[in-house]
Design a protein around this ligand. Structure first.
Ligand code: CU
Length: 103
């Protein structure tokens, strides 16, 4: 199969852009509440509230603890393995979201 260089470049640019996803913490809620990403993508958790959140996950697919951080700050997590990642906040037990990591 022959791929034109311009088309290939466009494809590479698209993939680079698709690799980073943003999840906001606003009004004590994650937005979006469901996210589908590709294995190898990263998810950036941005605190848009005027108080601290502590985003974490105990999932087998990806367990992490970003610690407590305040307004305007963000931390990224690499989703390196396919599966389901349930994300919570240690400060606000009602905050939950699910990330599906595709192969
Ligand atoms: Cu929180």
């Amino acid at each position: 199969m022959r791929i034109l260089p311009a088309a290939l470049l466009a494809l590479l640019a698209f993939q680079a852009q698709a690799g980073d996803h943003v999840v906001s913490q606003k009004g004590k809620a994650f937005g979006p509440k469901k996210l589908s990403v590709q294995a190898g993508d990263s998810v950036r958790f941005v605190n848009d509230d005027p108080f601290a959140h502590n985003v974490f996950s105990l999932s087998d697919t990806k367990s992490f603890d970003l610690g407590s951080y305040g307004q305007g700050l963000a931390k990224s997590v690499l989703m390196d393995k396919p599966g389901v990642v349930e994300v919570e906040c240690a400060v606000h037990p009602d905050m939950r979201m699910v990330i599906e990591v595709r192969k």
